[in-house]
Ligand binder design. Sequence first.
Ligand code: UDX
Ligand code: ADP
Length: 480
Amino acid sequence: MVKICCLGAGYVGGPTMAVIALKCPSVEVVVVDISVARIAAWNSDQLPIYEPGLDDVVKKCRGRNLFFSTEIEKHIGQADIVFVSVNTPTKTRGLGAGMAADLTYWESAARMIADVAKSDKIVVEKSTVPVKTAEAIEKILIHNSKGINFQILSNPEFLAEGTAIQDLFNPDRVLIGGRETPEGKKAVQALKQVYANWVPEDRIITTNLWSAELSKLAANAFLAQRISSVNAISALCEATGADVAEVAYSVGKDTRIGPKFLSASVGFGGSCFQKDILSLVYICECNGLPEVASYWKDVIKVNDYQKSRFVNRVVSSMFNTVSEKKIAVLGFAFKKDTGDTRETPAIDVCKGLLGDKAKISIYDPQVSEEQIQRDLALKKFDWDHPVHLQPTSPTAVKQVTVTWDAYEATKGAHGVCILTEWDEFRKLDYVKIYENMQKPAFIFDGRNVIDPQKLRKIGFIVFSIGKPLDPWLKDMPAVV
Ligand code: UDX
Ligand code: ADP
């Protein structure tokens, strides 16, 4: 029986290992983590992450060939294949701060593997890492190997949150990078065998190590670039009276471009896009490619512009001040069908509104008050440094309330901002919301989930990203 151990029971490690266990009944999978609370949650009925379909998969395999444990050393020792999917945050201090990936967690994981291994192992990079990390890890393993053979593979994960289980069941591709030596090729084949249990062979791509590492960074950069492109066009649509949805539809009909990932929004979020682009930018700069670095940096610049443009639109529409006005925020997660708030645009939008002294009332169907208050108190890039979790700021707490009901959040509000595209926001009773709001009642749709014409008929002043401006907004001078 092949034994797999995965270090890191997070958004990547948890679902990926659960699906491997489901699809490969003859493989034993143990997911380990330094966080006792996280492992306890994986072993309970309340899993630590919300992901449609995940509960079912875990229920089917947990205790059979899927286990969650804090006994890291023991399970690494017993494993044939060790996946590493630990945090790779952006560095917050020292060389490369604000750009380079912080490999502290990766390095300590590698040292631990070298320390406890008593038999040959295949070590698989699962978390996104900068190109050539495998080489560094290999050096740590080999220099501490005590005669044990380690083969390092890069097997980046392409799942998207909210659709993780479907993505894992039916991946566009599985990418495995390895050394081009006989031992390296053997290790690639061993991992390929695991995926071949359910993934068609022609979707399993094998490359060299560096290509696999770079492919992951490049894929995320390309995806983020599409969103920044459509968001840049959304600003021009608002200025010219074009409709970004119509433009995106026409553009996407070109089969060379394709229709996916062209929804204009208040900005992209999530744990990967910004971090991976920053990492790409840093690698380019280190390799003497400043023009390439600057090209990718602009994808982030446009994303930041989109978020501040949204805040400016809110403030300027409401007579240039939101001071002490109640603004309801519907949606805090970085996208629908997840409770994840890492790098969510809602953080920057809320901070922008708080900077103008607004009172914010937030509702998200999956995000807790504790999480929101913590997010609003954290400094940029600190969210992925678990040991540095900071206390919530008392001033932020006073200006921000969190409710479990959209009608409560919007009651008495001057304006509503929709920041996540939860399906339920399409079906709210907007007549009821309008009646309970201050007048004039504003709605700023950062995800284009509502029909602006219908809401204007109710009486709202409506702003939708990239749509022809409400007559009201046309008369309000705005720095956007
Ligand atoms: C992403 C990649 O899609 C995935 O392949 C990789 O493994 C991890 O990073 P994820 O961050 O989970 O996945 O979500 P994704 O669906 O890519 O969305 C990222 C952000 O872009 C979200 O904030 C989303 O709302 C936004 N987005 C997406 C848009 O604004 N417009 C779109 O058209 C698509
Ligand atoms: P991702 O989205 O990449 O899965 P997460 O932050 O959700 O990232 O998960 C990473 C997990 O890795 C966290 O639960 C963290 O506690 C865990 N972790 C970090 N370092 C180690 C380590 N050395 N050994 C085991 N787990 C670790």
